[in-house]
Design a protein around this ligand. Structure first.
Ligand SMILES: [Zn+2]
Ligand SMILES: [Zn+2]
Length: 113
């Protein structure tokens, strides 16, 4: 059975979608990355490799107040980026509920831009 491999735009984890998975997905459905909880909306679902996702955001649980919220692309673009001594990058976003500063760590998986 052919498997479509999709790289998560946030953490570069490879998500595998079988034909069966694809059959259950239609445009507008949301896929959640197993490893970083990024939410991606299916924007195209055709034959074979004809498949596209749009990043919606990353579902994050605030360690301060326990509320869930979405970290969107815009929030990440606006978030200050800190570099840890070990080379990993940390984005600092603010919880919309309690204003706690939350550090999000993303592994840079893409070497080809
Ligand atoms: Zn991910
Ligand atoms: Zn909070």
């Amino acid at each position: 059975m052919p498997i479509l491999e999709i790289e998560c735009p946030i953490c570069a984890e490879v998500l595998e979608l079988t034909d069966e998975d694809r059959a259950e997905l239609s445009v507008g459905d949301v896929i959640v990355c197993d490893s970083c909880n990024a939410e991606m909306e299916v924007t195209r679902s055709g034959e074979g490799e004809d498949f596209e996702l749009d990043l919606l955001g990353v579902l994050t649980v605030c360690p301060g107040c326990g509320e869930e919220f979405d970290v969107t692309d815009e929030m990440l673009a606006a978030a200050p980026l800190l570099e840890s001594p070990d080379g990993s990058q940390v984005s600092v976003v603010e919880c919309p509920h309690c204003r706690a500063k939350i550090e999000l760590e993303f592994t840079e998986g893409s070497d080809a831009e």
